[in-house]
Design a protein around this ligand. Structure first.
Ligand SMILES: C[S@@+](CC[C@H](N)C(=O)[O-])C[C@H]1O[C@@H](n2cnc3c(N)ncnc32)[C@H](O)[C@@H]1O
Length: 419
């Protein structure tokens, strides 16, 4: 019999194949199950790992069968089985046995084929993998699409941040969850603090999520730098949903005698922001388009955490590398430029626009910053390193984080001050 946890991991893969987001669907599936904490961890490791390594798995499966002829269900069963014995602690014979059992339950007609493929893979996959790794082609070795490897390489080179391989390897790992203590709450007793954020610590069970939230330390850092660079007064978050940065910003604003207006285009996401900002009397949330919102004042700080490809968070969103394509960048660039142009009309003199992306791609980071400065001569760039002493590239006035170096999402930050 196949175990409940493998069935659940398989279901998640099938939902993701049909368009679901793994990080949203997994909690829904787990909620309906009676699995132990350990088994839940196993489901996540198996499903997320299988999603991340799909390109490599398919290259290996292609050695034993004609992949295009396989049903998605059968292909996912083979990917999972392969992932278990290559990258997890499962014994090879158990991985083969469980793949066959899963196939009997989900796609019984293909059980013989899965048995034959898994046996060939279990004898040869490690050797084929070695051959792959010793070749020039990084796509299957690092399990990333070529256009993403090329785009990340270009950004690494520009930032003199070392070979891209270290980042690609990091993108294939599961990051440990991180948390933030919303000021003025102190870090919890016995917590392990994080180097990038004065409020950050490694996740702990059983905390009151009113005062402590899950948040990557890269997001915490850019929010803190933005707040440090800005004068007190009216602060605005133009792209607030689901509300992680808005909550930290509201908490900092309440220490600084400042207010926060948070805007989010989609009503459901605006509700999430509202939930996060409950209890902050200095904060208001609006479900609206930030480009057409009826602003009642100028702002001392405007945070634009812009829609972007999200290629800086590949560790946490295991399927996203497969869903993105380069054609999306131009459309996102237009949104990014429109948001910045709008912000430029409502920034107070001396106020600061903090442009943030969860992507290191040059087209949505440095190129946009350059475009903004070229077209808005009344703004000057503020060097990030005036507000933080972390060891990133201080020769650049904009900040680029890297998951392998910083144990954070690859966030980008540019600060523009109105003269
Ligand atoms: C990268 S996410 C922001 C993440 C958020 N700052 C956080 O830390 O949780 C970008 C958000 O901007 C929203 N958005 C996109 N265009 C917008 C617009 N014109 N006005 C307001 N919000 C917009 C998207 O719906 C999305 O929720």
């Amino acid at each position: 019999m196949v175990t409940e946890s493998r069935k659940l991991a398989y279901q998640l893969l099938m939902h993701v194949e049909a368009g679901a987001y793994a990080n949203i669907k997994l909690p829904q599936l787990l909620k309906k199950s009676n699995l132990s904490k350990q088994d839940r961890g196993f489901v996540q490791e198996l499903a997320y790992g299988t999603l991340r390594m799909k390109i490599q798995h398919d290259a290996l499966i292609g050695e034993v069968t004609e992949i295009k002829k396989l049903e998605t269900s059968v292909l996912n069963i083979l990917r999972m089985g392969l992932h278990e014995f290559l990258n997890m602690r499962t014994e090879t014979h158990a991985a083969v046995d469980q793949a066959v059992e899963l196939c009997k339950a989900e796609a019984p007609k293909a059980a013989g084929l899965v048995n034959a493929c898994m046996r060939k893979l279990s004898s040869n996959a490690e050797q084929w993998l070695e051959e792959l790794n010793s070749g020039e082609d990084k796509v299957a070795t690092f399990a990333h699409p070529k256009w993403i490897i090329d785009a990340l390489s270009a950004s690494r080179e520009m930032d003199t941040a070392g070979d891209v391989e270290a980042l690609l390897i990091e993108n294939n790992k599961s990051p440990k969850p991180q948390m933030v203590a919303l000021p003025p709450n102190p870090l919890p007793e016995n917590s392990i603090s994080l180097p990038l954020s004065e409020f950050g610590f490694e996740s702990m069970d059983g905390l009151d999520l009113t005062n402590y939230r899950y948040q990557d330390q890269g997001s915490q850092l850019v929010t803190q730098i933005a707040a440090k660079a800005a004068p007190n007064g009216n602060w605005l978050d133009m792209c607030a949903g689901p509300g992680g940065k808005a909550s930290l910003l509201a908490a900092i604003a309440s220490q600084r005698d400042s207010s926060l207006t948070a805007i989010e285009l989609y009503p459901k996401r605006a509700d999430m922001v509202r939930h996060g900002l409950k209890g902050f009397a200095n904060a208001k949330v609006f479900a609206s388009d930030a480009l057409t919102f009826d602003y009642q004042s100028d702002y001392e700080l405007i945070l634009i955490d812009a829609p972007c490809t999200g290629l800086g968070a590949l560790r946490r969103k295991p399927e996203s590398r497969h869903n993105k394509h380069p054609g999306q960048i131009q459309e996102l660039n237009e949104i990014q430029r429109n948001l910045l142009s709008k912000a430029s009309t409502i920034t107070a003199k001396g106020g600061v626009i903090a442009y943030v992306t969860c992507s290191p791609l040059i087209e949505e980071t440095t190129s946009i910053a350059r475009w903004f400065l070229d077209n808005h001569p009344d703004y000057e760039i503020l060097p990030w390193s005036d507000y933080s002493d972390i060891s990133a590239n201080k020769n650049r006035s904009t900040l680029q984080l890297w998951s392998d170096r910083d144990n954070a999402d690859c966030m980008f930050l540019a600060l523009f001050q109105k003269q």
